[in-house]
Each structure stands twice: as structure tokens, then as C-alpha cells.
Design a protein around this ligand. Structure first.
Ligand code: FAD
Ligand code: UDP
Length: 387
């Protein structure tokens, strides 16, 4: 009999398992149907020893020092800055949209004032944007929307931006300064030895209180093991046997391409394959972006690797990476959430079970808040390992 079974060894499941084991001394079973720890944040070295973000780039960033303090128990940090360009019309554009992008459009130097005036003249008068097309038209106008957002969003989601919640495109900043960082948060850093090493330390901290079984699906585990509590971080519709119909998820195919120092030299390159960490392709190619993570990890190696992301429909043969925030899906999720609220002894957590486009810091925050609100007053079972 376990005190809790935690389904999903992604960030959400790991944080909750760590808290239950370390703080309450609970004996937990952590399972994942994949063969590795870390869910989509999992990273691993390629054949040349270059750390690879196998499920797309994972740029940790946050404005919340408490989250950094918590994770710092398990990792040191490599401070970095996430630099992205958009490639369209045969050239690299400064991205997200900022004063440098505007200067590229004009072909001359400009100023914050001139760009602000230009935006005021070009953005559409939509006071309450209802979708991802309107949110961009209202903030940057037609020309920038069509250049950078329309094609990328159609490719990424296989939907018109009009049908997606404003938060999808609205999460990309627009600035009238020359600040061209991809994100706004004050703390931007990667775990020094990678995410997987951080997750392994989280598991180690739990000692004998935590048992981890990988390659095990909840469908098999639920009748094999007994437990008092269930923490579920898988897709919420699957948990309820899709009784109200399927929620939509978007999937991706990640194509990893490793380059040794020698193969780079043969292409007349040294150390890196592309000039930037991430290049987005809004209007050409079947992939949305190419990420060369070594630009951010600063790993000391002459080799490198790239990951191309090809958007795909979610089927039973790939992974549900993104909830798809349309009106239909958000209404359907509410019905599942109402069932979840009635489910005794079960906590639904994380990107898939709360059907929310959570960044890593938000996933950690949700797990820590849920632990405090729901479990921290529960009786301790054994001697906790962490104060
Ligand atoms: P997941 O990582 O999805 O983990 C859930 C786990 O549950 C999975 O491992 C899955 O295999 C397992 N599972 C599901 N169903 C079952 C079942 N029935 N039985 C057993 N196991 C099951 N965030 C950032 O902050 N910065 C970024 O740059 C960033 N980039 C991203 C890029 C991509 C391509 C994607 C998809 C996400 C990105 N994110 C980023 C978001 C980040 O991945 C999430 O915040 C984080 O992974 C959430 O963790 P989670 O545990 O909730 O979900
Ligand atoms: N987006 C876009 N053009 C870009 C980058 C992003 O249209 O060059 C839109 C697209 O709809 C994407 C969303 O903004 O899904 C969020 O982008 P982000 O880079 O944050 O995506 P994630 O890393 O979460 O996949």
C-alpha cells in the first residue's frame, strides 16, 4: 500500500512526489508510460556528448524567486539569454518584434517614438481581442501579423489564428525598445547539468520513500498497486475514458541532427551550425523552428546539434504536447474539470490534466501551491528527509 501513486514523471509529478516524500515522509510510487524521467523537459546527450533538448527547447524563466530557491536545492544554474530570429523573405529578422525589427523594415535607424507612432497608426482598433488574430492585429497591425504570426500559427496548430484563444500569440512580447530577448522574465537560466540531472537529484532526495517505475501506463498500474491518494498528470479526458468526447491536443515530430566538429568543418562552419539559438520559419519549410541549444547551454564542445520541429496531429502513436485552446476545447475541459472536482482522493495536476498551456515555472508553482493547499496539513507517515 503506497500513500500516493503519482502518474506522470514530468515536472509536475516530480515536484509533487518530491514534496510528499520529503516533507510528509509519504511512501510514493511515481510512474510514467515513457521510459525516462522529466516528461517533455527530458534532455540527454547525443552520440557526440552534446546535451539535447529532445522535446523542443526548454527555456527556464521566471519572476518568482521562491521557485528558483526551491529548484536550486536540486541544481546549480547556468544564466543565459534566449535569442531568437525569424527567417522570412530570405533574411533573418529580429524577433520578437522590437525597435530593431522596425528598423529592418524601414532599412534605416529609427527611434522608440517613431516606432510607437507607427504602431498607433497601424494597429487595428480592437479594444478587447477575442482571439489570436485579433490580439496581434491590435498590437502590431496587419503587416507584422502577416509576416511573423499568421503562417507560423497556421502551421503550428493547423488552425486559423482566429479560432485560437488570444493567449496563444499574445504570449509573445512586443517592445518598442531594442530589447530583443525572447522572454520578459528576470531569471533566465538552464539547470547547470541539464534537466534530467536535476530530476535525478529530486528523486534521490526522496530516498527509499520513492519508488519509480518507468514504461508503465496508469491503465496497468491502477489495478496492480494500492494507494490512498492519486496524483494524476496525464490527459484529463483519458482519465475519464473520454466520456464527453476527446479534447484536442497538438503534437510535434522532433528531428534531431547531430554535427561533429568534422561535419561542421566540411560545411565551412566551426562550433555552431546556425548563428542563433532559435530560428523560426513562419512562411517557409514544413518545420516551425530550428533550435541549436548549445548557444544557450554554452557547452564546451566542438560538436553541436539541431532540433527541427514538425507540427502534427495527435494520434495514439505520438505525444499530446499542447492543449489546443479553442472555445470548443475550453468548454469541454470545463465539463471534465467538474468531474475531476468530484473525484475523491485524486488530484489533477500539470499541463495535460488541467488542460493549460503552462510554462515550467507555472507547472512548478501549481504543484507547490497544490501541495501546500491540499497536503501540507496531512499527517506525516515517516521521518521526512528534508526540513
Ligand atoms: P509533461 O511534461 O507532459 O509530463 C506528463 C507526463 O505524464 C509525461 O511524461 C507522460 O508520459 C506521462 N503520462 C501521461 N499519461 C500517462 C499515463 N496514462 N500513464 C503513465 N504516464 C502518463 N516551458 C517553459 O517554461 N519554457 C520553454 O521553453 C518551454 N518549451 C516547450 C516546448 C515544447 C515543444 C513543449 C511541448 C513544451 C514546452 N514548455 C516550455 C512547457 C513544459 O514542457 C511544461 O511546462 C512541462 O513539461 C509541464 O510538465 P508536466 O509534468 O505538467 O507535463
Ligand atoms: N508564434 C508565431 N510566430 C513565431 C513564434 C510564435 O506565430 O515566430 C505564435 C504561435 O502561434 C506559437 C505561439 O505564438 O504557437 C507561442 O509561441 P512560443 O514560441 O511561445 O511557443 P512554444 O515554445 O510554446 O511552442
Amino acid at each position: 500500500m503506497y500513500d500516493a501513486m503519482v502518474v506522470g514523471a514530468g515536472l509536475s509529478g516530480l515536484v509533487m512526489a518530491e514534496r510528499l516524500c520529503s516533507q510528509l515522509g509519504w511512501r510514493c510510487l511515481l510512474i510514467d508510460r515513457r521510459e525516462h524521467l522529466g516528461g517533455n523537459c527530458h534532455d540527454a546527450p547525443d552520440p557526440n556528448g552534446v546535451l539535447t533538448h529532445l522535446y523542443g527547447p526548454h527555456y527556464f524563466r521566471t519572476n518568482t524567486p521562491e521557485l528558483v530557491n526551491y529548484l536550486s536545492r536540486f541544481t546549480a544554474w547556468h544564466r543565459t539569454r534566449y535569442a531568437v530570429r525569424s527567417f522570412t523573405g530570405g533574411r533573418y529578422w529580429s524577433f520578437p518584434i522590437n525597435l530593431k525589427t522596425f528598423e529592418q523594415l524601414l532599412g534605416r535607424e529609427s527611434s522608440q517614438d517613431e516606432f510607437s507612432r507607427w504602431l498607433d497608426e497601424h494597429k487595428l482598433p480592437i479594444t478587447e481581442p477575442q482571439n489570436s488574430e485579433e490580439v496581434m492585429l491590435a498590437s502590431v497591425g496587419v503587416e507584422f501579423y502577416e509576416k511573423f504570426f499568421k503562417g507560423y500559427t497556421q502551421k503550428q496548430w493547423n488552425k486559423e489564428p482566429r479560432s485560437l484563444h488570444p493567449s496563444v500569440c499574445g504570449r509573445i512580447p512586443v517592445r518598442t525598445t531594442r530589447d530583443d530577448g525572447y522572454v520578459d522574465e528576470s531569471f533566465q537560466a538552464l539547470p547547470q547539468d541539464g534537466y534530467t540531472a536535476m530530476f535525478e537529484r529530486m528523486v534521490d532526495t526522496c530516498g527509499a520513500n520513492l519508488e519509480v517505475r518507468l514504461g508503465l501506463d496508469f491503465c496497468q498500474a491502477k489495478d496492480t498497486f494500492s494507494y490512498r491518494h492519486l496524483i494524476y498528470t496525464g490527459p484529463i479526458d483519458e482519465y475519464f475514458q473520454v466520456c464527453y468526447g476527446r479534447l484536442e491536443y497538438r503534437s510535434l515530430r522532433f528531428e534531431v541532427e547531430s554535427h561533429s566538429a568534422r561535419s561542421l568543418a566540411q560545411q565551412g562552419k566551426s562550433g555552431f551550425w546556425q548563428p542563433y539559438l532559435q530560428v523560426n520559419y513562419p512562411n517557409s519549410e514544413q518545420y516551425t523552428r530550428i533550435v541549436e541549444i548549445k548557444h544557450a547551454t554554452s557547452q564546451n564542445t566542438p560538436h553541436t546539434n539541431l532540433v527541427r520541429e514538425y507540427p502534427q496531429d495527435y494520434t495514439q502513436d505520438n505525444e499530446p504536447y499542447y492543449p489546443v485552446p479553442t472555445d470548443r476545447n475550453l468548454a469541454l475541459y470545463k465539463k471534465y474539470a467538474a468531474l475531476a472536482a468530484e473525484e475523491k482522493g485524486t488530484t489533477f495536476l500539470g499541463r495535460l490534466a488541467t488542460y493549460a498551456y503552462l510554462n515550467m515555472d507555472q507547472a512548478v508553482a501549481l504543484a507547490l501551491e497544490t501541495f501546500s493547499a491540499k497536503f501540507s496539513a496531512q499527517p506525516q507517515q515517516r521521518k521526512p528527509r528534508l526540513a
